[in-house]
Design a binder for this molecule. Sequence first.
Ligand code: LAC
Ligand code: ZN
Length: 466
Amino acid sequence: MSPRLPVEAILTDIDSLERYAHDASEAVAPMPPSAVVRVASTAEVSAVMEAAHAHRVPVTPRAAGTGRVGGAVPMAGGIVLALERMNSIRGIEAGDSLAVVEPGVVTGELHRAVESEGLFYPPDPNSWESCTLGGNIATNAGGPRAFGYGVTRDYVLGLEAVMADGSVMQVGRRTRKGVTGYDLVGLLVGSEGTLGVITEATVRLLPNPARVVTLVALVASEADIAPSLAALRARGIRPRCAELLDAHTLGLVRLKVGFAIPESARALLLIELDAAPDASDRLDAELERAGNALVDAGALEVLVATQSHERERLWAARRELSWALRTLAKNKLSEDVVVPVTELGALLEFCTATAERTKIRMPAYGHAGDGNVHVNFLWDTEDERPRVEEAIEALFERVIALRGTLSGEHGIGVLKAPYLGLEQSDAVVALEKRIKDAWDPAGILNPGKIFPGEATRALHNFHGAC
Ligand code: LAC
Ligand code: ZN
């Protein structure tokens, strides 16, 4: 029998409905949801889904709402299923190098909990102090450390998920290896809440490479970034992070990094190397080789931060970038395109030329090692919007022409749905829709996401039917 939900779990006051109608993107819900249900257990999630399925009510799952593409914005009204109360770390099993977590666990809390046991959970989306594991899994989030360690998908071994009809499914496993049946974990990771509601995850942990050093290479041009990365690769150096700041974003952090940046520097590469505490000699040698490689590749200056407070100052400046850019204009859109790393120079050159042509500011920064660049669009007045849209479409077309992808870490959500067809053929999209129909035949789970035109269709489906 389904549990009854405590009455305080259901919010219907206008302030709450408003608050849960947003995420960290510009996506706007056409109307507030009818109710927010703050669930505390798998059984409660199951009860909500069962009722929603019986009455064909749309359900938008969410936790911290830090997403950048409107994935947690309710596009067809209905219920917002808030998972932030399911925030317990159910276990850290050092012997099997895994942790079992609920979806509302804040990523930074998992980092600290496992690190206190000498273990390491690498995925580090920029919002790790507030985002949650459930959202990270729903979007297959990455971050700076993805360069060395991979993205969320590389760490999820098993999942418990509640299906659209309320049934509870266990998929995947607790072991590192395993090839039984289809990879349903892989399908759920990155499915943006459209296939099931994640209620528990078993994630893989590594030994903590607790000694970390950071290098900053100041270079004369954005064109020097890719050759600098190639120089590291050629010497067999595999950093855990390789972040890029272009001339605009470098200007924003100039006063915050704790060292002087010469005017001649037009871009910055932030490199991080790590090692186990007992491999310090190897790390020192690698640090020296990395510094030499960067100088040989033409860096104007290479600075090293070995103390944690120096490193933290650098990373704080990097982490603030997204918000710092927001203060520069009335409107900001941020993309997370990826190109093969050999095309990084072509992408950055294209951004400069497009900004010049459209007269829209396009500062860029991001995860250079992965070819994953946050291209931002800043504008103040409505009459600039058509040029912004032109610049975004031109960017996506260019990225596809360079054999890249539209989203490296934020997902498609609402904001990028109109562009899905630039990257995926009609046949691929039709196959994805058949998968969606098999998992959620009534289309109640996070309607209006990923597929072009679905937002409008979802609204008609649910409200036309009332
Ligand atoms: C970052 C976020 C926006 O890397 O993904 O800053
Ligand atoms: Zn990012």
